[in-house]
Design a protein around this ligand. Structure first.
Ligand SMILES: [Zn+2]
Length: 463
């Protein structure tokens, strides 16, 4: 019936508009602009409910005192975490965690909050970002993040550091950083997820495709990190004091941050509330330091996140993209897994400061059995045997599954690598037990056809 009336009214309109009298002159059609209710100045993309708490004092300052609009997108709903309040787990826990995150963000004035329902990757001793990208279904999450950039049209995107660090170093955190970076670089490109940016057939009718968004190029990309040792982030981006007093709230940003995290009761129970009551705000008092990933509009590295920002759309800025490196060497060796990916990812996405940010490092517990991925490359026209040497400090041992023979300090393994191919090696190592946390270095060298390859080094923080 509705449809019938619609066709009838369309026919009448057509008849009326065909009269040439000025009385029946047609008004020009007006194209509605993007929905202004969802325009954000800054979009934050994190992995889990409570990840936003790491920068809650900074977000409070932007929203409550600088009157910026901030939207937050969570990849997961925290379904795999612990519950310090009750027995609820998995999907039930996710329902609780989503509400906790919404309440937490509402406490600092943030109401545009979305969840992508990616699965939580359970805690791993040695995280690898590639495992989270696989578990999340990388392309699905990327499509969603691109959609939220196009919907909220932020000038600034803030996400987690795509790098391996000593600290919590959760692989989901790294995956959020990878996907936000990719989305930053493609949301302005209409050939990516074109169904999102095509106009619908008839926006006033029901259930018609497409999505009717516009492409959007964000201007500045910032990272924050869950690293436990933050020396390396100094000077890499702006630093925000948490002991400063909020002019509108009349308390420090540390207090606003502690209040924000207190809503995540399944993760922290009453601890933040107790800290607030006793005034023990040591960890909240630490400044929030961001790392500048890239800026398309200038501004200094340590300048505020909105320094240099241009209001309104800027042109799409295509990145350099992946280019295979041309090696003039016959043989090569590198750390594999996430490290090999990041090496290519940083240059493909024009993250000029990232390769030098931090030499490869991991943190392990004394006595921990873990594996390190290596890639052995053969660039020649014939197969070759690599003799791989792992140089370890006293107290370390090599797992028997990965070494053909080993003695106290050096283990040697042999691998046949086909022509123009690579061999992915996984070496199992056991860290020494220690009474005091300290840094050590593992070095690998190799020989192939009489040529020495490497060395490559990995800093290990043994706890
Ligand atoms: Zn997290």
């Amino acid at each position: 019936m509705i449809r019938h009336n619609r066709i009838l009214s369309f026919a009448i309109c057509f008849l009326l508009s065909s009269f040439s009298s000025p009385l029946f002159a047609q008004q020009p059609a007006v194209s509605p602009p993007p929905d202004a209710r969802f325009k954000a100045d800054m979009l934050v993309f994190v992995a889990h409910p409570d990840d936003e708490s790491m920068i809650a004092g900074f977000l409070a300052r932007k929203v409550l005192d600088e009157h910026k609009r901030v939207a937050v997108v969570f990849a997961t709903r925290g379904n795999a975490g612990q519950n310090l309040v009750g027995y609820e787990q998995d999907r039930s826990l996710a329902e609780i965690r989503e509400m906790e995150a919404r309440d937490a963000l509402a406490s600092i004035g943030i109401h545009e909050v979305w969840f992508l329902w990616a699965p939580d990757t359970p805690w791993q001793d040695l995280p690898d970002v590639l495992r989270s990208l696989e578990a999340w279904n990388h392309g699905n999450v990327l499509e969603e993040v691109v959609r939220f950039i196009r919907l909220t049209r932020p000038e600034v995107v803030v996400t987690m550091l795509p790098d391996v660090v000593v600290g919590e170093n959760h692989e989901d955190h790294q995956a959020a950083g990878v996907i936000a970076t990719e989305a930053f670089d493609i949301a302005g490109d209409p050939t990516w997820f074109p169904e999102q940016v095509a106009a619908p057939e008839d926006r006033l009718w029901f259930a018609n495709l497409m999505e009717g968004l516009h492409t959007w190029q964000p201007e500045k990309l910032y990272y924050f990190t869950d690293a436990s040792q933050l020396g390396f982030v100094k000077g890499k981006g702006p630093e925000y004091s948490m002991t400063a007093i909020s002019p509108s709230q009349h308390v420090s940003y540390a207090i606003l941050a502690a209040r924000e995290i207190s809503f995540h009761e399944t993760q922290y129970d009453g601890t933040p509330a107790k800290d607030l009551a006793s005034g023990k705000l040591g960890e909240y008092d630490q400044p929030v330091t961001l790392i500048l990933g890239k800026s398309l509009v200038g501004g200094s590295v340590t300048g505020g996140v909105f320094q240099g920002v241009i209001l309104g759309p800027i042109p799409f800025a295509p990145v350099h993209g992946y280019r295979p490196s041309v090696s003039n060497r016959s043989y090569g060796m590198e750390l594999g897994g996430g490290w090999a990916f990041y090496k290519r990812f940083y240059s493909a996405h024009d993250l000029a400061s990232m390769p030098e940010l931090l030499p490869p490092e991991i943190g392990v517990d004394g006595g921990q059995d873990f594996s390190i991925p290596l890639l052995l490359h053969n660039h020649t026209d014939s197969s070759v045997t690599f003799e791989l040497h792992t140089h370890l400090a006293p107290g370390w041992s090599v797992g028997s599954s990965s070494a053909q023979y080993a003695h106290h300090a050096i283990s040697v393994s042999r691998f046949m690598v086909s022509m123009h191919d690579y061999f992915p090696v996984r070496l199992r190592l056991v860290a020494p037990r220690t009474v005091r946390s300290h840094w050590q270095v593992i070095t690998w060298t190799a020989t192939a056809n009489g040529t020495s390859v490497g060395p490559i080094k990995l800093r290990v923080y043994v706890r």
